[in-house]
Design a protein around this ligand. Structure first.
Ligand code: TYD
Ligand code: MG
Length: 454
């Protein structure tokens, strides 16, 4: 410990790289304000090699390097999580599990550790809760395993000392914002502490080959910037997202050992995070049949097709000017679609109150849902329900044209699997289809035509 403490701290300018031995409000080199960030003179962590472990050997031919096989990965037995990881945790890899506070990171982590504990003892260091609280939660979600060792600790040096002593198969630290290293004077959660602690943990992961999971609170816009700066350092960045409802989507924003196109879907229940293997069926379960303003879009999240219900309600404006409220979709996109509906499809509702909602409280971000939003609004405005076995998808352009979207076959297959019989699809997509569609296709190239086909 004394040796570690002897490391001197210094301050590096974020904008020009100038190094200063004491903190100054302004960088003397480039004059930028508040740009000096504390760091230590310790060596940077070793970089990842093929298996995520620094082997320290000399150069080898690329063809002689062995691939990571399924046997090299540790599974959590939570299929939705293992798939997003690329098949499981790789030795020596460092995973950042981010998400808004309260979204369920600690819950998912303890459940994952319970599964991973089948492969050996795991160490869970928590700086957020007491050992008793963590154990209580673990029991509640049926994740209390003898192989899971708990320690409530915030000093990263002590966490590493415990890890070195117990040699766990996996180390988990919850959360990176609560741990600190005494080498630095900055408070826990500061940029300097977050970076230094992560770098110390990284060094441990790479030199011992222990997969290390760190939890970080990251808001969607990255407002709590601390962990954002870790994204280049770690091997895998997982983000757990929820939009108010019970559903949680796990995404890999970065994965050095797998695809970032996979998503995992969970539902937060009383007994913890439950896997949702068939999210489309869940999301459509309570759909009102025959209600105007409700439409099913064949959306896709990464490479995974997802059928979701979009609801719109068009109501007389309470004040002179119409209000727009949207949940689960981008409000600017709704505003754009309202303008296109009015100008290109003779469906003017700009003077009314408009509410748009994605059922199930999930968030959709892709342009392929445009046609669904526009159709839902038109359906509500006309007071006419859309056929319950029709799905739609397509991007809407400013000229009122319907543009092609990726993953057409997968979207149609998912719709067919859930019993849909008819699909409004972009004409370009329909023309490019190589396999015969399992649904009756209605190719549309203009928004006005699409509304006529509903
Ligand atoms: P938590 O995992 O503590 O979130 P995070 O670590 O991301 O901050 O979960 C927080 C919420 O989840 C909490 O408000 C209660 C809820 N919850 C359940 O609904 N069911 C459960 O079984 C558990 C453990 C938590
Ligand atoms: Mg937590």
């Amino acid at each position: 410990m004394a040796k570690v403490r002897a490391l001197k701290s210094r301050y590096r300018c974020e904008s020009c790289g100038h190094i200063e031995l004491k903190w100054l409000g302004r960088c003397p080199a480039c004059q930028a304000w508040s740009s000096l960030v504390e760091e230590t003179e310790s060596a940077p962590p070793p970089r990842a090699s093929a298996k995520g472990v620094a082997d320290g050997g000399g150069p080898v031919s690329i063809v002689d390097v062995q691939e990571i096989s399924a046997a090299d990965r540790m599974q959590s037995k939570i299929a939705e999580l293992d798939r997003v990881l690329g098949g499981g945790l790789v030795a020596g890899s460092m995973v950042l599990l981010g998400g808004d506070p309260g979204v369920g990171k600690s819950t998912l982590l303890i459940q994952a550790l319970a599964g991973l504990a089948a492969g050996g003892r795991v160490l869970y260091a928590t700086g957020e809760e007491s050992v008793a609280q963590t154990a209580m939660r673990a029991r509640r979600v049926d994740a209390a395993r003898a192989e899971v060792q708990l320690v409530a600790e915030t000093d990263v040096e002590k966490i590493l000392a415990h890890a070195k002593a117990t040699q766990p198969a996996i180390l988990a630290v919850d959360s990176i914002q609560t741990v600190y290293t005494p080498i630095l004077d900055s408070i826990p959660g500061s940029l300097a502490q977050v970076r230094e602690c992560a770098s110390r943990l990284m060094q441990f992961a790479k030199t011992t080959g222990t997969p290390t999971i760190i939890v970080g609170h990251v808001t969607k816009d990255g407002a709590l910037a601390g962990p954002k700066t870790l994204e280049h350092l770690v091997d895998v960045v997982l983000q757990l997202e929820g939009d108010g409802g019970p559903y949680r989507i796990l995404r890999a924003h970065k994965n050095r050992f797998g695809s970032t196109q996979e998503i995992g879907v969970f539902e937060m229940r009383g007994g913890g995070m439950a896997e949702v293997a068939n999210p489309s069926a869940h999301l459509l379960a309570e759909r009102p049949i025959g209600a105007p303003g409700s439409i099913v879009v064949a959306s896709a999240d990464g490479a995974r097709p997802l059928l979701v219900e979009i609801q719109a309600l068009v109501a007389p404006a309470s004040a002179g000017v119409g209000r727009r409220t949207s949940a689960g979709v981008d409000g600017n996109r709704v505003a754009l679609l309202l303008a296109v509906l009015a100008q290109r499809a003779a469906c003017g509702v700009l003077d009314r109150d408009i509410f748009v909602n994605v059922a199930g409280g999930i968030r959709l971000n892709e342009p392929a849902i445009d046609l669904g939003i526009a159709c839902a609004i038109a359906s509500s405005a006309r007071g006419r329900a859309v056929d319950a076995r029709t799905v739609v998808f397509g991007e809407v352009g400013l000229a009122g044209e319907i543009r092609a979207v990726p993953l057409c076959e997968q979207r149609l297959a998912e719709a067919a699997r859930l019993g849909f019989t008819r699909a409004l699809v972009p004409a370009q997509n329909a023309a490019r289809l190589v396999t015969k569609s399992p649904l009756e296709l209605v190719p549309v190239d203009r928004l006005s035509t699409a509304l006529g086909e509903l």
